[in-house]
Write a protein that binds this ligand. Sequence first.
Ligand code: NAD
Length: 488
Amino acid sequence: MIAADTLPEAAVSVPVAIAHGDGIGPEIMDATLAILNAAGAKIEPRPIEIGERVYRSGLSSGIGDEALETLGSTRLLLKAPITTPQGGGYKSLNVTIRKMFGLYANVRPARAMAPFVPTLHPEMDLVVIRENEEDVYGGIEHRQTDDVTQCLKLITRSGTERIVRYAFEYARAHQRKRVTCFTKDNIMKVTDGLFHRVFTEIAAEYPDIENEHFIVDIGAARLATNPERFDVIVLPNLYGDILSDVAAELCGSVGMAGSANVGDDIAMFEAIHGSAPDIAGQGIANPSGLINAAIMLLGHIGQGAIAKRIQDAWLCTIEDGIHTRDIFGAQSVRCVGTSEFAQAVIERLGRAPSRLASPEIGRCIVPEEKREATSAGTVEKRRVGVDMFIDWNDGAPAELAERLLAIDAEPMRLTMITNRGTQVWPRASSSTRCVDHWRCRFQSETPVDGGAVARLMAAIEALGLETIKCEGLYTFDGVAGYSLGQGQ
Ligand code: NAD
């Protein structure tokens, strides 16, 4: 990330894909484009169609080949919110775009505009940096038995390194003092545990920036009651999704916040809110979230001075009390609709705010030399067993164990059975409610080859038991890469 004032202003127009979106999308996009135009932004809009109409035309991804081609060539997208139709079969377009184009960092600033916009936290000024590709957002879900569904949570070392390094680089470039990490590693010791561990490792490379970690539940509580104490927060995808909305709302309205979704050489800019179908078509939506996203876009493409000009005019509009309904309060002077708000911003171009700070706007990418993974190294990976998941609904855990113990599982032996993660054999509590989904752990003192796994699975099936899936148990340099059962 390079400071805006070190960047040359672009001399020629930059092609940018523009998606008008659904619900309030077209209204706030028209308002934003009018401001960009009036401010002299050097962009060449390339409209693309994505979202509800594309879904309804039969494309379950919500995006067609033509739009993908435009995106692939512009490498930049300014996107209004879209509506994901409810019901099965439709994939979230936002997640698809983020993942297809490797937009791994989601940057969501949340700054109070006190006293002009009502908030309980006038000093609040933080940035949520959300990992944008992993966690449960892979959408890898299965119904495995009559009763049981599962969603796969994936956290990678390489993905975590990238997002955590991004957060520290962002903090450094924006003169922020502290990076805070939230995880739930007291429960998810392998996945969230990795995120926390990598955070600690990378934090050591940035001695000039403070670092701290909270378990996400108390972290979220502190964010809700004392957001002023936070500066930059980096966190896995799902927690980031939820808590960045909380942060925006604490500032006064979810309608105020913009965001950047950043990859190595491609970026998408959008408001953090959705398509607000409840107020669509009424001309009352606050366009500020998308305006702020467009400001971030201009900074990103080297048009920092124009970005600042728009930001100043927007801040003046807020200071002058020209407010949309969602932020209307004691300090407001006039309640305006979407296009009137945009017009007020345009009229203030060239003015500077008198009370609200107007920071420089820079690029949002991490310099190339900082992108390398630091931790590759060779590890000795060894399979030492398997968890066989079995669909069974015919009796007590001890009966299942008795049948499995009769199998020749060499070189493995049955060591544990859990139900919904809780040990039910060899130790059991009479209160554990069991469902039709059993994890049967087979372990070995010596390495286990694929043939042994296949033989074991065939032997279980030969008993008339259905193996839903088989998960390998591995050690890495002798350290177990799997969790214990609850109660083990
Ligand atoms: P939402 O953010 O659209 O609306 C939540 C509430 O905030 C509503 O009361 C709405 O009126 C209000 N609001 C939102 N933006 C506003 C603005 N600019 N000005 C004034 N008020 C505003 O969330 P939702 O209702 O949960 O979702 C609606 C649809 O949006 C869903 O289909 C969802 O999938 C989609 N969505 C899209 C995106 C995106 O495209 N990035 C993000 C979130 C949700």
